[in-house]
Design a protein around this ligand. Structure first.
Ligand code: BEZ
Length: 211
């Protein structure tokens, strides 16, 4: 059965380049990104993993742990990691799972038989500290993902979790946000003492809360 936003992220225990990962223990108290790529030693994957490594500080700032998944063997990860460092200028600095039996890939529906029977597509899940799935995206093998967009979504998710605001179309960190419909005007007066702009009763704009 497909995993949907709001579902509890399935737990698993699997070997990685940084030892055994017990996924729910790995998440404990943090946000997490779990992402798959089709295969080691492929060009698009090489660029994605290098760029994700470069974003280490950005993920850390947001309290996010990153975990990659590949259907290749641990032994194959080491040589590829060297290539990633050499060609992308950043060494792998997050664990990469070796899902050789496809156990996690199946749990997370990362294998699409009509695309390829054995390789994972580019799936990515953002999981909250409550272990619930907050974002799920899938890209075809030939299209590298935009990890700046992943950070943008995490910023939005974290604002919603903390301040009960939503983010409008093409929002970027620092821009105005929207008070979620579940917050009444009465409650909004306490939460947003600086007031808001009421474009429509259901469209209330406030500056992005800080902190
Ligand atoms: C790649 O990562 O470069 C790739 C993988 C499978 C198909 C096409 C591209």
């Amino acid at each position: 059965m497909a995993i949907l936003i709001g579902d509890t992220a399935p737990d698993f225990t699997l070997e990685s380049t940084e030892g055994t990962i017990h996924f729910h223990d790995f998440i404990e108290g943090s946000w997490a990104v779990l992402f798959s790529h089709p295969k080691n030693y492929t060009p698009v994957c090489t660029t994605e993993l290098g760029y994700t490594a470069k974003l280490k500080d950005e993920f850390a700032k947001r309290g996010v742990k990153v975990l990659g998944l590949s259907v290749d063997k641990i032994e194959d990860h080491a040589g590829w990691a060297k290539d990633i460092e050499e060609t992308q200028g950043s060494a792998l600095n997050f664990p990469l799972l070796a899902d050789t039996q496809g156990e996690v890939a199946r749990k997370y529906d990362m294998i699409h038989p009509n695309a390829d029977n054995t390789l994972t597509v580019r799936s990515l899940f953002v999981i909250g500290p409550d272990k619930k799935v907050k974002l799920k995206i899938e890209y075809p093998a030939s299209t590298g993902r935009n990890f700046d967009e992943i950070l943008r979504v995490i910023d939005s998710l974290q604002l919603t979790a903390k301040h009960q605001v939503a983010t409008p179309v093409n929002w970027k960190n620092g821009e105005d946000v929207i008070i979620v419909p579940a917050v009444s005007n009465e409650a909004a007066k306490d939460k947003f003492p600086g007031g808001w702009k009421e474009v429509k009763p259901y469209l209330r704009i406030v500056p992005q809360p800080q902190g």
